[in-house]
Design a protein around this ligand. Structure first.
Ligand SMILES: [Mn+2]
Length: 355
């Protein structure tokens, strides 16, 4: 039995659940190994079922070795309830942060003795094992190499679309399965948009160009942001950049097991606030990542999870000034026994692209 499945069964025991139904794809993959897009797990202490459709039967048999593969009938709800009835389940957990109201209602209508109990499983994925860390590191390295490549490509006249396309193509050529999310390229005044998806705008001399992107490798994500200046930076651009960098380094410096996400967020936020830009750092400091791009634990004012070795998070403070532009610096980081290890290796000193 896989370590991940062992974790799930321990969790069921703690929650006094007889079984669980899982349909969120990151969790299906995590607990079973199955990577297809259509699959539902039903798991008890001694039985694991994976219901999928005819497209995936062979793949599921190869990947989900701890699970009995069930081909779904014409009606998926009937298939699910038939399997649940065949097991001795009274309390059945379901993913309350994922299962739709419609599906929940339909399943509930079919059940006779079972009680549906809301649970959340994502926190079971927080601590990564060595295999997972190796996949994340590979995804980080791909993004680092794409960043190095794109520096030679940046010049006035190229569009944000072009830059995003080059980044994504390069990552694919380096072995990425896909981009980790829609690549963000935001230049000039648009760099004040924290999530400015690449647009037709062309790069101009004097622009800050913020690029936020990542790769997926073996299902695992990486996430990096760098802001660079086209031409020589103005003193204001340099000032803002140095404040963000100092805040990022301070957060990394204090990123230790035993602290909460809120504490680390506050360290970066206080620095930016002291420098006079607190109101222009509107988002949380970072987020966990793994089989999904945003997961637990959060580094934010509400982040209450106590950090532990093996957790992987981003650290990404930013300052965004409307009509002027913005700067964000983001690394992917793993919490270690005594501190943290920054996986991202791209340069963080202000880069001026001289053309
Ligand atoms: Mn991020």
């Amino acid at each position: 039995m896989s370590i991940h499945l062992e974790k799930l069964r321990l969790f069921l025991q703690e929650k006094q659940l007889d079984g669980v139904i899982i349909s969120k794809s990151a969790n299906v993959r995590y607990f079973s190994g199955f990577t297809g897009t259509a699959g539902i797990l039903i798991c008890t202490q001694d039985k694991g079922l994976l219901i999928t459709d005819s497209r995936y039967i062979e793949q599921a048999k190869k990947q989900a070795v701890d699970f009995e593969i069930i081909k779904q009938g014409k009606n998926i709800i009937n298939s699910i309830s038939d399997e649940i009835q065949s097991l001795t389940i009274l309390r059945l957990g379901f993913e309350s942060d994922f299962l739709t109201w419609d599906l929940h209602t339909e399943i509930a209508e079919k059940l006779i003795n079972q009680e549906l109990v809301p649970i959340k499983l994502d926190s079971l994925r927080m601590i990564k094992n060595d295999t997972e860390l190796a996949y994340i590191k590979a995804a980080v390295d791909i993004a680092d190499q794409a960043f190095e490549y794109i520096l030679d490509y940046l010049r006035p006249g190229v569009s944000e679309f072009d830059i995003a396309a080059e980044l994504e193509y390069k990552m694919r050529k380096l072995g990425a399965q896909k981009p980790a999310f829609d690549t963000i390229v935001a230049s000039g005044a648009r760099s004040a948009l924290p999530h400015g998806i690449a647009a037709a705008k062309r790069i101009e001399s004097g622009d800050i160009v913020t690029m936020d992107f990542g790769a997926v490798y073996e299902g695992y994500h990486s996430d990096i942001t760098r802001s660079v200046v086209i031409g020589q930076a103005t003193s204001k651009q340099r000032e803002v950049y140095e404040i963000v960098l100092a805040a990022q380094l301070a957060a990394l410096d204090s990123l230790n097991p035993g602290r909460t996400g809120a504490e680390i967020d506050a360290i970066a936020r206080d620095q930016i606030t002291l420098a006079g830009y607190g109101e222009f750092f509107g988002h949380g400091l970072g987020h966990g990542l793994g089989l999904s791009i945003h997961e637990e634990p959060r580094l934010s004012p509400s982040g209450c999870v106590v950090l532990q070795p093996g957790m992987v998070v981003t650290v990404e403070p930013g300052i965004y000034l409307p009509d002027w532009g913005g700067v964000r610096i983001e690394d992917t980081v793993v919490i270690s026994a005594y501190g943290c290890q920054v996986l991202t290796s791209s340069d963080k000193q202000l880069i001026e692209i001289n053309v």
